[in-house]
Design a protein around this ligand. Sequence first.
Ligand code: ZN
Length: 161
Amino acid sequence: MLAEITAAVQSLRTLGELAKAAKSLSNQQEIVMAVSDVNFRLMEAMTVALASQERHSALLTRISDLEKEINDLKIKQSAAEKYSLHKFPTGTFAYRLKDEYEEIQPGHYLCIKCNDTGIHSKLQPFGSRRLKCTTCQTVIQTEADPPSPPKKYVSTARPRW
Ligand SMILES: [Zn+2]
């Protein structure tokens, strides 16, 4: 980019020299050639300026993208520091707010699936032994269901009278 700016400045300097020289030109053909050369130098300078402007714009976009990426990483890192992986007795997992942060906000769990894709989704109670993610609809069981009562034998045979 510095080389392009230097070339543009050089072209403009040459342009100024040609303009000074044009004053001393005596015949028509020399004037036409000088004007043509000035036009050529101007086109070169404009081309360099446009290329430089495009690169500048691309760099600004890249800086903006990187700033957003840094911000997203800071948010993820902050969230990762506040939560730990928790294993429920059923063997299912969720991210649990660490005890030291429960003074700031009530204890809760985050959906692993959503969190791993950058979405901060709190799990909500779903029945008495399950949590549900309202974003991806994943349901995890946190406690085992009580054993079901023994089934009574029901005969399907017709009674004999
Ligand atoms: Zn989810």
